[in-house]
Design a protein around this ligand. Sequence first.
Ligand code: HEC
Ligand code: HEC
Length: 291
Amino acid sequence: MPRYLPNKTAVRGAFAVAYLLAVVPAPAADPDAVARGAYLAGAAGCDRCHTDSDHGGKPYAGGRPLATPFGTIPTPNITPDPATGIGRWNMADFARAMRWGIAPDDSHYVPAFPFPFYNRLTDGDLADLKAFLDSLPAVSRSDLKGAGSTALLARAQAALAVVATAFPGPWQPDPEKDQLSNRGGYLVATVGRCGDCHTPRNRLGAPDPDHFLSGGMRVPNITPDPQSGIGSWTEEDIIGVLTDGHTPDFDFVGGAMAEIVKNTARLTDEDRRAIAVYLQSLPAKPSQEKK
Ligand code: HEC
Ligand code: HEC
């Protein structure tokens, strides 16, 4: 390489680059990853639990009081605020929380945070969710800093149910089923967390895999069982309930399901169809509980 003194243009160019590096924030995350993460977050309703909408709370800034079997706890701020949100978390911290329910201080979250379902998200989807959360405006919630003592006590009490829960890791497609049905299975198992309510719990409080989606306490059976399940529903009937909550008998679902419909309403038509196709492909199971 010939050694020469840089000319004025080159110097100006170098300064311009240095200047740009100093003033322009770190390159924004891949916009496609952010968009995919936003879709998943919408489908999961992360915003519903993590926004105190009754008190004008900012999106994802937490503080919604959430009733759990272990007491009422405020949801945490999951905006990228470094002090009161998760702005200092790296991907490993995020994956540990989402997939295994373990906080950076090593305590175990209450399963009111549906991490046993997010356990089954693929690595790619977890990374997209993080890219999306990182793209949000940081909101400072000094009133919420850290898990309060109620949350820590609740975490201790929830530990048994968490230990009894199966954590199989990322969801695997069933080679016997087609792509659409597998997409539905993935959505049901992860962001849809249908088993959170529709699968009865065992004595330790964990969803019982032997009675997958066959109905819980005051929650209907959504397997194709003709008597106690939705065996008489067509694909369009299931899509209808997931679109706006209407059922084939001209009623609307209420309670906890009305909240879930707000999330499934955000899915694409294709994804709602995938869920319907998957539910219809399940083995019919009679209900364990009386409706
Ligand atoms: C049904 C309500 C609910 C939904 C839906 C939900 N969360 Fe949460 N989340 C919680 C609760 C409650 C906690 C706190 C649990 C605890 O303190 O033990 C929590 C904790 C967290 C934490 C740990 C934060 C911290 O500061 O320790 C992260 C990260 C998180 N949620 C991300 C998400 C994401 C991403 C989604 C959507 C994919 C989501 N959550 C959906 C209720 C929910
Ligand atoms: C937070 C708890 C909860 C979750 C999660 C949940 N559901 Fe529901 N679901 C309910 C309840 C409660 C009802 C009964 C509502 C009513 O009768 O008004 C219901 C009703 C239904 C019905 C109507 C069944 C019938 O016989 O009338 C279908 C279909 C359904 N859910 C599908 C799903 C699917 C698919 C998912 C996952 C994407 C899901 N649910 C997630 C609580 C839940």
